[in-house]
Design a protein around this ligand. Structure first.
Ligand SMILES: Nc1nc2c(ncn2[C@@H]2O[C@H](COP(=O)(O)OP(=O)(O)OP(=O)(O)O)[C@@H](O)[C@H]2O)c(=O)[nH]1
Ligand SMILES: [Mg+2]
Length: 282
């Protein structure tokens, strides 16, 4: 993730510093309209618009407040705890499912991966290859099978195997986004038949390079299925990470993990201080 200043390709000469248009800069950095307006107002009220050093410090402080949300505990129950991954195509769901299985596996949890993307045979193979490599359990449906029934079966198997964690990968490539939401909602209802608490976590996997588009995606999925967290991928590229704070501000959904590459270990727990440093870095 490139820093706020670096990303904008800007450094201000001392004589320009007083004229910084904070509102424009924050919008460019993908902080979104709501957060940008609130922060601009705040800087104006506190007389910091012409004091760049103080203004930056004030924004850091506010970001710290916005991002201070505790991550949920995962895999602490008697029954398999379920993480349902949703998101539009190419966001990184399948890769993230594997990365999470790897990460929790390393922490000693028994994990089952469920390939509930039955629309693409390649998607099932992709996850199966990962599962084999990681040594986690794996459940798939035949091509065209009902994804909700795959999730249901996977839950049965996870219980049989005494797995602590079931991670469900879903399709991102349906005819319409509306179908995508319906599908995710159906998987959610079906899992609840196995365990009223399931899925314990519904995480949106979103490509960090799409900027504030991620905010509208998160809003739509949140209304349709209720999200409890975000995984923001591809922050290794020229990502526009500002939306992480925007999603927190507008939807109150925490970012839990960030993807920083294509390899299995390229997933990190979200760290607010790291984020703020990266955001302003440069
Ligand atoms: N650089 C980088 N690439 C990533 C990251 N996460 C995923 N990718 C790549 O993004 C591409 C899409 O990832 P998938 O995991 O297949 O995405 P998906 O959401 O499952 O896609 P659909 O199944 O089509 O909905 C792959 O080439 C991944 O290797 C990341 O954090 N960084
Ligand atoms: Mg996939």
């Amino acid at each position: 993730m490139k820093g706020f200043w670096r990303k904008l390709g800007r450094r201000f000469a001392p004589e320009e510093e007083e004229k910084i248009d904070w509102e424009a800069l924050m919008l460019e950095a993908d902080l979104g309209l709501v957060l940008t307006e609130r922060l601009t107002e705040l800087l104006r009220d506190e007389g910091l618009l012409r004091k760049p050093k103080e203004a930056e410090e004030r924004i850091r402080q506010e970001l710290r407040k916005i991002l201070a949300m505790e991550a949920p505990k995962v895999a602490n129950l008697e029954r398999p705890e379920v993480i349902l991954l949703v998101g539009v195509n190419g966001g990184g769901k399948t890769t993230t499912a594997a990365k999470l299985a790897f990460l929790y596996g390393k922490e000693g949890k028994r994990v089952v991966l469920a390939a509930a993307d039955t629309f693409r045979a390649a998607a099932v193979e992709q996850l199966e290859t990962w599962a084999r490599r990681i040594g986690s359990g794996f459940v798939a449906g035949s091509s065209g099978a009902d994804p909700a029934s795959v999730a249901f079966r996977a839950h049965l198997q996870a219980e049989e195997e005494k797995a602590q964690l079931l991670i469900v990968d879903t399709a991102g490539r349906l005819a319409t986004k509306h179908n995508l939401m319906l599908e995710a909602a159906k998987i959610r209802r079906t899992l609840a038949k196995r365990d009223p608490q399931a899925p314990h976590h519904v995480w949106l996997v979103v490509d960090g390079t799409v900027g504030t588009n991620a905010l509208s995606q998160a809003g739509e999925f949140h209304r349709a299925v209720g999200l409890s967290g975000l995984v923001v991928t591809k922050l290794d590229g020229s990502a526009k990470g500002g939306m992480i704070a925007a999603v927190m501000e507008e939807l109150n959904i925490p970012t839990l993990f960030v993807g920083t590459g294509e390899k299995i270990e390229d997933l990190q727990r979200f760290d607010a201080e790291w984020y703020i440093e990266e955001f302003f870095g440069g």
